[in-house]
Design a binder for this molecule. Structure first.
Ligand code: FES
Length: 102
């Protein structure tokens, strides 16, 4: 069964930025790309760095520790040293708030 969890007001994640949140006990990184919101697991699949502390490059995020890149829209790993994806979450925007389905 899935539930939608309130994460933050949309103003908490300005355009072209990202922020980490703990939602329902899971660390997630929420991204705002041109007004569209995405969420993936915040913990890098390589060695547990916080992806929200990395850098947004187009629709990718670069891990701050060893530079692996992930697709923000799917969680797919794109470059080494990450060899597995990170979890992607469905995001809804309702009532001026960001919600994540998990
Ligand atoms: S911890 Fe992210 S690339 Fe190593």
């Amino acid at each position: 069964m899935t539930n939608a969890f309130e994460v933050a007001a949309i103003a908490a994640v300005p355009d072209n930025s990202m922020k980490a949140f703990v939602v329902n006990g899971e660390k997630i990184a929420v991204f705002n790309l041109g007004g569209k919101f995405y969420a993936i697991a915040d913990t890098c699949s390589h060695d547990e760095a916080s992806l929200a502390e990395g850098e947004i490059i187009g629709s990718q995020v670069e891990c701050p520790m060893h530079g692996a890149r992930f697709d923000i829209t799917t969680g797919r790993n794109l470059t080494l040293p990450a060899v597995v994806p990170v979890k992607k979450y469905e995001v809804k925007v309702e009532g001026g708030k960001i919600w994540v389905v998990m």
